[in-house]
Design a protein around this ligand. Sequence first.
Ligand SMILES: [Mn+2]
Length: 461
Amino acid sequence: MFDKSTYTNRREQLKKICKGGILFFPGNEESSMNYASNTYRFRQDSTFLYLFGIDLPGLAAVIDLETGEDTLYGNDLDIDDIIWMGTQPLMSENAAKAGINQTKPMSELKKDLQQAIQHKRSIKILPPYRGDHRIFLSAMLEVPVPHVSSFVSEELIKAVVSLREVKEEDEIAQIEFAIDVAYRMHTSMMKLAVPGTWEREIAGQMEGIALANGGMVSFPVILSIDGQTLHNHYHGNLLKEGRIVVADAGCESPLHYASDITRSVPVGGRFSQRQKEIYEIVLAANVNSINNVKPGIYNRELHLGAARTITEGLKAIGIMKGDTEEAVQQGAHALFFPHGLGHMLGLDVHDMESLGEKFVGYDETVTRSTQFGTAYLRLAKKLKPGFVFTIEPGIYFIPALIDLWKKEKKFEEFINYNKVDTYRDFGGIRIEDDILVTQTGCRVLGRPIPKTVGEIEGMMG
Ligand SMILES: [Mn+2]
């Protein structure tokens, strides 16, 4: 955990922003795989970690905005638990580490909430994203499950987003730790990417490095020679010369801050001329976007800038044609770059996604585009110092999408379909880094991971 002042300061700020009522935060519970006591690795809720820091199941916390009091609800272990799990800190000791003076057994929670409801006090929660949470909230609040959402508070969501989106020094250090582990994951991947290796062998090594460094992966490893499938969790292919391995993977720091890095490398360690040409376009989109980061710029501008770089590059090799501005404005680039430039990063790999992208990535000054491609942009709003986010442009040749657009004669003025057809077997390329917005520009976080053609070929040996 961070120092207890970190958690008390965060809660003090939250109390200043929110206007009355009771803020209720259930922690996460264990989650079963195939029978009750065989569980997935426990993962605490991120906002619970942010405000209270205690990384254990079986907890709930309440912040009373009238009295200013924070209460941690949870049960001390009995002797049976201690036999199986060892001696654990008392609830009062856990609470003290988070700067909380008051603890109560879980059995008191419902009574306290019901008393508040009887006194016509408002109870505010964040959107639940687990089924057991909805059932627990339904029981505590004495409403049917479908009515739980009526307690979700937009005021609380916005307040939490306004705090969590600006990273403190300690949080940046955690993220950089996670990126330094990702350095080891990705450089190992580069050394293992030789013909005859199974994707699962490399994915397993990468996940093992995360575990060996004290955290889990921040999301299931994406690793495939079919990189044209954006989130490919299938690891059953054998690596073959001529393909590109796309590895999109990161891990969690001990305090659960995420890294999220993508590297794309040629099987065998040497880019072909055709691969190099496409790679250099994606790299230019990545580097130009990073160079354009500064406070006050809309991330949607960076996204569209990357789309222009990709369009220009594809025009130079005869895959696209026509006016770049027009092509990007109409969305023709999305045949090759059908996703957004990036997302917030923090305690979640898609930071705060459970609170709603319309609050995290958008605000009253920018609404989500409905155009294919740009509609998938998770972060569009103005960048502020302290934001940590990803920049991850890509170029993909997705045969099903190429066929569909070709049949529809879509954007024939911008796309040279005959040339595109010669790339059907290409796969995809994505390059992703994690970026901190500073007062004057930005900093690429963590130890630099080989990224240029020369650096990658050098690392692959
Ligand atoms: Mn990402």
